[in-house]
Write a protein that binds this ligand. Structure first.
Ligand code: NAD
Length: 458
């Protein structure tokens, strides 16, 4: 096959898998291979049980797998065959050494650069798909130039803006595709080749092109702005609870202002996911590195507010339940960091559960898709924890329900049945403000949403 039409993606995760499946679907004239160092992940991509849950993903993968989309662990020969290599490996927060807890751990990233350098035999375009600190492409280019072979590597930045839970829709109809390239002749030629791929289905005006540094930084800034809106409305939810205002009314009132906009203004127990916290911390670290401490502390506060929000949620549970939750059964409804995914990375459910366990509560955890990950996340937490596929069993005998994930199914449960089975007085703490609070109160629950006073019988 023509190398220029042969794409490789290194990293078969939440981004690499769905993104490559979409390119395969929309570009039947390209051959796409996805590699990973984790053979279990690759096996799962080739099976009927894909390694990630994402609405619509199964259908797309079934259409293209074995035709022009392939999964393998053979990194060396895949690199040799590919003219374009996307790198979509994980870039988690560093947990050791300089910058620990803030900057990105680039060890997986660098190891892919070294593999590409070792195995590539002809000129290759390397596309940064992972979210990276600004100027990482420079380091990548330096590593790739350090070889002795006569091979030219052109590094492009093409950050991914999909959101888990809506990945397929986001990929099908993105708000924009962003591509950053060097302002050299070879950089612009490589950029055009990537534009040509996306142009198979994305309208030209939605394909934005910039220099590499703007592209790298834009991804961090996009996530920082999204998370900042959540922390902003969550900080206001605390004030609403003290003043008799209702944060849902405030959100609606300000969101209708076209300068503000309505999205990402829903108060909640806090944001989670593998990206927001890590990307903001990365931005904070970059600002410190470039001697901008005021800018760093401004963005740090977005993360701090988020941590305070889950602490406030737990404090409210304890306070409303007569200042003790020792040996009380608490049903946790939802463990995924958001609805329509099984991903629990940085889920507020992890922090809420840990705090409740420290107070010696018993946890009964239910989630439609994330129970395996929840078990994994809590495996080293001492305390009484049980897991339920069935929400009614989780709630049986519980003193309270703490709703953490906005799964639609939680809005359609039989709460009269649940109320009957629970220990009285029964409490619901709605960490996502999705339930019908007046109705639950009428059934007999003491109901505490986020950002309003709550409806109590006590
Ligand atoms: N998850 C999201 O919603 C999302 C959205 C946009 C951007 N991103 C960014 O995309 C990147 C990937 O995120 P993800 O959620 O897909 O991560 P992930 O952990 O789901 O997947 C990364 C995969 O890379 C593999 N890998 C690591 N080192 C490797 C190597 N040397 N060779 C081959 N495979 C290797 C891992 O085994 C893993 O399967 C991150 O930088 C993230 O910030 C994620």
């Amino acid at each position: 096959m023509d190398r220029s039409k042969t794409i490789l993606c290194i990293g078969a995760g939440y981004v690499g898998g769905p993104t490559m499946a979409m390119i395969a679907l929309k570009c039947p004239n390209y051959k796409i291979t996805v590699v990973d160092i984790n053979p279990k992940r690759i096996d799962a991509w080739m099976s009927d049980e894909l390694p990630i849950y994402e609405p619509g993903l199964d259908e797309v993968v079934k259409k293209v797998r074995g035709k022009n989309l392939f999964f393998t662990t053979d990194i060396a020969s895949s690199i040799r065959q590919a003219g374009i290599i996307f790198v979509s490996v994980n870039t988690p927060t560093k947990t050791f050494g300089a910058g620990a807890g803030r900057t990105a751990n680039l060890q997986y990233w660098e190891s892919t650069a070294r593999s590409i350098l070792e195995h590539a035999e002809e000129d290759t375009i390397v596309v940064e798909k992972s979210t990276l600190p600004v100027r990482t492409a420079e380091a990548m280019s330096r590593i790739l130039k350090s070889g002795s072979k006569d091979v030219h590597f052109e590094v492009l930045s093409n950050p991914e803006f999909l959101a888990e839970g809506t990945a397929i829709q986001d990929l099908l109809d993105p708000d924009r595709v962003l591509i950053g390239a060097m302002e050299t002749e070879s950089g612009q030629a490589a950029l055009q080749r990537l534009v040509d791929i996306y142009a198979h289905w994305v309208p030209k005006e939605k394909i934005l092109t910039t220099n590499v540094w703007s592209s790298e930084l834009s991804k961090l800034v996009a996530n920082a702005f999204l998370a900042q809106r959540i922390s902003s409305i969550n900080s206001i939810s605390a004030l609403c609870e003290k003043t008799g205002a209702d944060v849902a009314d405030v959100s609606r009132a300000i969101g209708t202002d076209s300068r503000i906009g309505a999205k990402f203004l829903k108060a909640s127990v806090g944001f989670g996911g593998s990206c927001f916290k890590k990307d903001i911390l990365n931005l904070v670290y970059l600002c410190e590195y470039y001697d901008l401490p005021d800018v760093a502390s401004y963005w740090q506060e977005v993360v701090t507010q988020n941590e305070i929000q889950s602490q406030r949620f737990v404090q409210k549970i304890i306070q409303k339940m007569f200042n003790t939750i020792v040996d009380k059964k608490i049903a946790i409804f939802g463990f995924a960091f958001k609805a329509n995914t099984g991903d629990t990375r940085e889920s507020p459910a992890i922090y809420v559960s840990q705090m409740l366990l420290e107070e010696k509560a018993h946890l009964a955890i239910h989630d439609p898709k994330a129970l395996d990950n929840a078990k994994n996340d809590l495996q080293n937490c001492p305390g009484n924890i049980s897991f339920y596929q069935d929400p009614y069993e989780a709630a049986e005998g519980a003193h309270c329900i703490a709703l953490i994930t906005e799964w639609d199914e939680f809005c359609h449960l039989d709460y009269e049945r649940i109320f009957k089975q629970m220990t009285k007085p029964a409490f619901i703490f709605d960490g996502r403000n999705i339930l019908d609070h007046a109705r639950l109160h009428a059934i007999g629950f003491n109901v505490y949403p986020i950002g309003s006073e709550g409806l109590s019988h006590l």
